[in-house]
Design a protein around this ligand. Structure first.
Ligand code: CA
Length: 230
């Protein structure tokens, strides 16, 4: 037992059962809620360390439930979606889910994703107050002096360009939506057009890429957002 309790919110009993079985085998405690309302009740009773929830739920749907959870806590959330549409995945991430898994999925894969999200969030917490410099081939980023060097030559970045590059580079290969970048880099305190992100990515590419029209570092994930390739 590792002491973590995972709430599985799924109205299809057979799926809830197999997911629970695999989670328990992996050493987690698991509870099942068969609709959104029951999930809220379970969460309010406390002791939930992680939530796996289905997008399609009776009573309160998965997106509304995710927003409800996010208003109250930073509990890690993985969303299950039966549909392959990008719009659902983006809506899931924007509502505050940390990751999503498309049905049908293998229970073992889901357990791996749970562990990956736990590792990732654990690292992020450890990073708070730990501004470490990053070096990649031909690119180094120093958050203390806020300098970026490309092939040993310093490049001038604006404050927001630096913040965005540092955020993406600290999480290599992790996809961020435009809205997540706005939230994390601009603070989300005021309305800023998501196009702002696109413009900043373009300027960053011109400064750090060999060929800005064929980026090798700041990659576009079509229909979702951006990621940093280490
Ligand atoms: Ca369902």
């Amino acid at each position: 037992m590792n002491g973590k309790t995972i709430l599985v919110v799924e109205d299809e009993a057979s799926i809830a059962e197999v997911v629970t079985l695999y989670l328990k085998r992996a050493g987690f405690d698991a509870q099942v809620a068969s609709d959104g309302r029951k999930a809220m009740n379970a969460f309010e009773r406390g002791q939930i360390d992680f939530v796996i929830l289905d997008l399609m739920l009776p009573e309160v749907d998965g997106l509304a439930l995710t927003r409800w959870l996010r208003d109250r806590s930073d509990v890690p959330i993985i969303m299950l979606t039966a549909r392959r549409e990008e719009a659902d995945r983006i809506a899931g991430l924007e509502s505050g889910a940390d990751d999503y898994v498309v049905k049908p999925f293998s229970p073992q894969e889901l357990v791996s994703r749970v562990r990956a999200v736990m590792r990732r969030l654990g690292r992020e917490q450890a990073e708070v107050g730990n501004e470490r410099s990053l070096s990649f081939e031909n690119l180094s980023i120093d958050p203390l002096s806020r300098t970026v060097k490309v092939k040993d030559a310093e490049v001038e970045l604006t404050a927001k360009e630096f913040d965005m590059l540092y955020l993406l580079a600290r999480h290599p290969k992790q996809v961020f939506t435009r809205e997540q970048l706005l939230e994390r880099v601009w603070g989300g305190s005021q309305y800023i057009d998501p196009g702002t992100v696109t413009v900043h990515v373009r300027r960053l590419r011109e400064k750090i890429e060999d060929d800005a029209s064929k980026p090798a570092r700041l990659l576009t994930v079509w229909g979702v957002g951006y990621k940093f390739e280490p």
